[in-house]
Every structure is written in structure tokens, then in C-alpha cells.
Design a protein around this ligand. Structure first.
Ligand code: S3P
Length: 420
């Protein structure tokens, strides 16, 4: 019998905001308190790196206290950034502006991800960074007391790259000017401004001025729209579903998924909109919908980049064909997510076409069970579990525990709201 989704939940705290709370709290002077911190593996990697850099950080459940002194000490060991691209790239930018030598390395997936995108502009700013084949971890950074301010156009819309350069810009000898090809998530700008940094954003241009001291933060982290996306799609694609997701971050640089799903015919309501710590937050009401295919391309892509695997699941349940283009960046995520989505659709027996920068999916009457590879990628494993709602057959998802990277409660919540 087909299943439906019923209930009221909160989802995992926002990963991007949790990372940044620890990063910026560590370099501020004073005590930063973070409520509703994400205790997923990626954010724990960030905490451990800053502990190795001499910062006293207490974690009690979801509450994290960072005792920032505005200084970082030379670590005794390699900084292990685990599976986390955000930890690695932001650290690269930050550590370029401290006169210490550090080495960063992560797991097999992380060590295959491109770092040249941060190394090149940081080298222009005067940092000395060496990397395996000039592009991969382990990276060794010889930071400088003062970096050179630059004017730089980012080759990709990447919030990790932008944030690395903003952090370096805080330690530069003048105004650093950055231009993005498309707007990417702006949590770094929002949070650093609230800590006293002089960062101006005009359209796709960001101007960062150096600062001596950042003030500490009182931060309450909203639910992660990227985690909510799995259950939003689950409720949309199953008949007779009604789901409420409380306290979700809906910063406009992150809500491409809501825009795209509404365009596909999805019934998603935002209620009780409010601003918490400079970020828009609301409660989402989602009901079953008849979805239809659309084309997703251009400037919306960075605003839903992490949600494209689950969008492929929505597309498999929709009538007609959904096309995703301009999403080449997916090739260099935790795994090659274009390939991984196509592999998932192959097992499912759903018609698709793979492009260099995306894919097309044609909605299917039935979805087959079978053995699904997650490639250790949290967002693939969760997408595959939601896909299973469309099938009468058994799904076996490999390396399921990888969801702990961003959403440790995923399986429990799935059980809680899935009804016969
Ligand atoms: C993130 C930025 C994005 C996103 C990642 C988190 C961040 O990566 O995919 O999950 O917190 O800055 P890119 O900067 O590579 O686009």
C-alpha cells in the first residue's frame, strides 16, 4: 500500500549557519552562545578544528559556547576537516590571515574536491598555500599578518569561496571587492555584519573592509531548508499528505527549492514569517500536490544547489519532463551528484538524460526497488529514501549512516511521519 506523510516536525538546524557561528565566534573577542546548533558530523569537524587552533568551545547537546579571544594558535596536528567542504574552504580563507602554519586534510571524498578556486585568489592576496597537484587536500597554509586587498571576480557562484575571501578580506590592507556571477547564500555577510564587520553588498558585488575586532554573537539557528526539502518533497508526492515544518530558515538566497516546487504545482505555504538573528524564518505547510515538469536553470541554481537530488525525486513523480541546466557545480560536491542522480534513476527505471551541466527526468508511473548506492553522500541517501515512497518494492540504500553529516534525526523523523 502507498504511504502518506502526516504530522508536525522540526528538522535539523541549518548546517551553513551552524558552521559560521563557530567560525566567527572563534575569531571574535568574547563569549558567543549558539542555540540549536547542528550536531551533524560536518559541524563537529568545525568545532574540532577550532579546538585544535586553541579556542575553548563547550558543547552541551545543541548548545555551543565559544570563548573567542580573537587569536588562533599554531595547531600541533593536521586539521581534520572530515567530509566538510565548508570547513575546509572557509578555514583556508581565514587561516591565510593569521601568521601560523596549518595543514588541512579530510576524508577520501573531501580530498578529491577542488581547492584551486580558493588557492588562486588567496595567493593573489599574498597567502602561501601548497596543495596536492596544486588543487587538492592536504593543503598547507602559511598565513600572513596582513593580506593584500584585491578586486576579484569569482569564476563560480560559491558561498564557500566567497566566504573564504571575505574572511581573508577582514585581514587585508584595504577594501576587498568581490563580484559573484550569481548570488549565492549570504549567511556570512549577514552574520559578520551583526558582529560589527563593514561589509557592503550591492547586487552581486561585495565590498569588505578590514576590522581589528569582531563582537561576539547570541545566535539561534533555524531549521535547515536543505533538510526540510526532503520532507517537503515527501509530502508533495504522496497522496493524502499534510505536513507542518516549524522554524525553517527561508533566507531568499536559499529558497530556490520552494520557488521551483511551487512552479511545478507544489502547495507550500509560508506562515508566521519573522526575523531571527538577521535571518528570515517561518513555518512551512505542505500538502499533496499534482506536480508537473519545468525547466530549472540560470540564476536560481545557486539558491537550490544542494536540493537538486531531491528535485530529481519530485521530477520522477511529476507529469512531463523536468530539465535541470547550469548545474555543473554538482559534479564537484560530496560525490558527482549528476552521475549519482542518474544512477539512482537507472535503478528506479525512470527515464532520464544526463547532460554535462544537469539532467532531464520524465515522470514515471512506477518506481522500482533495488540496491541504491548513496556513494556516502548524505543528500543522495535521503533522496533515495524519499524516492522509496513512490514504490511498492523494497529499497536497500547503501551507507545509510552518511545522513549523520547533516541530518542525524532523518530516519527517526521519516518513521514518525510516514503512515500507511
Ligand atoms: C555552502 C555552500 C555551498 C553548498 C554547501 C554549503 C556553505 O557550496 O553546496 O553545502 O555553507 O557556504 P559551494 O560554495 O561549493 O557552492
Amino acid at each position: 500500500m502507498k504511504k502518506r506523510i502526516l504530522g508536525e516536525i522540526t528538522v535539523a538546524p541549518d548546517k551553513s549557519i551552524s558552521h559560521r557561528g563557530v567560525f566567527f565566534g572563534s575569531i571574535a573577542k568574547g563569549i558567543t552562545r549558539i542555540e540549536n546548533f547542528l550536531t551533524g558530523e560536518d559541524c563537529i569537524s568545525t568545532i574540532n578544528c577550532f579546538r585544535s587552533l586553541g579556542v575553548n568551545i563547550e558543547q552541551k547537546g545543541n548548545t555551543v559556547t565559544v570563548y573567542g579571544k580573537g587569536i588562533l594558535k599554531q595547531p600541533e596536528t593536521v586539521l581534520n576537516t572530515g567530509n566538510s567542504g565548508t570547513t575546509t574552504r572557509l578555514l583556508c580563507g581565514l587561516l591565510s590571515g593569521y601568521p601560523i602554519q596549518t595543514t588541512l586534510s579530510g576524508d577520501d571524498s573531501l580530498n578529491k574536491r577542488p581547492m584551486k578556486r580558493v588557492i588562486e585568489p588567496l595567493s593573489l592576496m599574498g597567502a602561501e598555500i601548497s596543495a596536492k597537484d596544486g588543487n587538492f587536500c592536504p593543503l598547507t597554509i602559511q598565513g600572513k599578518n596582513r593580506l593584500k586587498a584585491v578586486s576579484y571576480t569569482l569564476p563560480v557562484a560559491s558561498a564557500q569561496l566567497k566566504s573564504a575571501l571575505i574572511l581573508a578580506g577582514l585581514h587585508a590592507d584595504g577594501a576587498t571587492v568581490l563580484r559573484e556571477p550569481e548570488l549565492s547564500r549570504n549567511h556570512t555577510e549577514v552574520m559578520l555584519r551583526s558582529m560589527g564587520a563593514d561589509i557592503q553588498s550591492i547586487g552581486k558585488e561585495i565590498r569588505v573592509n578590514p576590522i581589528e575586532t569582531l563582537s561576539p554573537l547570541e545566535l539561534s539557528v533555524p531549521g535547515d531548508i536543505s533538510s526540510a526539502a526532503f520532507f517537503i518533497v515527501a509530502a508533495l508526492i504522496t497522496k493524502g499528505s499534510e505536513l507542518v515544518i516549524k522554524n525553517v530558515g527561508v533566507n531568499p538566497t536559499r529558497t530556490g527549492i520552494v520557488t521551483a516546487l511551487r512552479k511545478m504545482g507544489g502547495n507550500i505555504k509560508e506562515e508566521n514569517k519573522r526575523i531571527v538573528c538577521g535571518e528570515e524564518v517561518c513555518d512551512l505547510y505542505v500538502t499533496s500536490s499534482e506536480l508537473h515538469g519545468i525547466t530549472i536553470e540560470g540564476e536560481i541554481i545557486p539558491a537550490l544547489i544542494d536540493e537538486i537530488p531531491i528535485l530529481a525525486v519530485a521530477a520522477a513523480a511529476a507529469t512531463g519532463t523536468t530539465v535541470v541546466k547550469d548545474a555543473r557545480e554538482l559534479r564537484v560536491k560530496e560525490t558527482d551528484r549528476i552521475r549519482a542522480v542518474c544512477d539512482m534513476l537507472t535503478v528506479a527505471g525512470v527515464t532520464f538524460e544526463e547532460f554535462e551541466d544537469g539532467f532531464s527526468v520524465t515522470g514515471a508511473e512506477t518506481v522500482k526497488g533495488g540496491i541504491y548506492e548513496s556513494y556516502g553522500d548524505h543528500r543522495m541517501a535521503m533522496s533515495e529514501q524519499i524516492l522509496s515512497l513512490l514504490s511498492e518494492e523494497e529499497f536497500q540504500i547503501k551507507d545509510k549512516e552518511c545522513v549523520n553529516i547533516s541530518f542525524p534525526d532523518f530516519w527517526g523523523l521519516f518513521e514518525q511521519i510516514t503512515k500507511e
